[in-house]
Design a binder for this molecule. Structure first.
Ligand SMILES: NC(=O)c1ccc[n+]([C@@H]2O[C@H](COP(=O)([O-])OP(=O)(O)OC[C@H]3O[C@@H](n4cnc5c(N)ncnc54)[C@H](O)[C@@H]3O)[C@@H](O)[C@H]2O)c1
Length: 243
């Protein structure tokens, strides 16, 4: 028996990286999983490998959120787990952050999570089965981060929205929590850490960089009934760096 038997999960940014690992864990535990992304080819390929569905969803588009959530409900009749994972990282110090860079980062990392919680949350409430919303913040959503003002701003926004929506959705049996990854080796940071893995790891309490599966373990815990008394909380998975 799987921990997510009978559940339906939607994972944004699921074509690769942490989203793909989370989707794999959810499938393994018996959920019907829909992964979404803007990378359609990679998304279709990942869905084929995992045995789940792929749908196109740019998380910054309200219209696309409406149609994807409607498609999930039409097909499965319910939505139990929303994994808001999609995000971008365009580092720059404040004085070099263009308004375009700021607006794009906010649109995807912050507005994307807002739209997901509002549109999928409404469908979850209507379905009446409760559920779990998991938002991907970062350790950058708990402290400052040199050279990443836009990114840090959006990840703090995710931390705050999570705590607020948890208070509003509790009465519907919907829990809302955030995950705060440290350095996780995916396409997002590969070029920044490549060749420096050992040096970076040596400064951490746990002497290795993070893997997408480290985050997927936490996502599965938060998606499942094992975390049934946790809501509005920030869960850090970073090898002990923050603290
Ligand atoms: N890798 C890290 O070290 C790290 C650390 C802390 C937080 N995070 C966060 O983890 C999440 C997953 O990142 P990752 O490490 O797997 O990186 P990744 O770049 O491999 O994956 C991000 C995914 O989001 C998708 N995406 C980008 N823009 C999108 C949009 N507009 N709509 C839908 N999907 C979009 C990408 O196509 C990609 O598949 C992100 O929110 C990121 O900010 C990553």
């Amino acid at each position: 028996m799987g921990e997510l038997d009978g559940k339906v999960a939607l994972v944004t940014g699921g074509a690769r990286g942490q989203g793909a690992a989370e989707a794999a864990f959810f499938v393994r535990e018996g959920a019907r999983v829909v992964i979404t992304d803007v990378l359609d080819e990679a998304g279709e390929r990942t869905a084929g490998e995992l045995g789940c569905e792929y749908l196109h969803l740019d998380v910054s588009s309200e219209q696309e959120w409406e149609s994807v959530v409607a498609a999930v409900i039409a097909r499965h009749g319910r939505l139990d787990v929303l994994m808001n994972n999609a995000g971008i990282f365009r580092p720059a110090q404040l004085l070099n952050t263009s308004t375009e860079q700021w607006n794009q980062t906010v649109a995807i990392n912050q507005t994307g999570v807002f739209l997901g919680m509002r549109i999928a949350g409404k469908a979850m409430i209507a379905a009446g089965n409760g559920g779990s919303i998991i938002n991907t913040s970062s350790i950058a959503g708990l402290e400052g981060g040199f050279g990443a003002a836009a990114y840090v701003a959006t990840k703090w926004a995710v931390t705050g929205m999570t705590k607020t929506v948890a208070k509003e959705f509790g009465k519907h049996g919907i829990r809302v929590n955030s995950i705060h990854p440290g350095a996780i080796v995916t396409d997002m940071i590969e070029s920044m850490v490549s060749g420096k893995e050992d040096k970076i790891a040596s400064r951490q309490p746990i002497k290795r960089l993070g893997r997408p599966e480290d985050i997927a373990e936490m996502a599965l815990f938060l998606a499942s009934e094992r975390s049934s008394y946790c809501t509005g909380q920030a869960f850090t998975v970073d090898g002990g760096v923050h603290g």
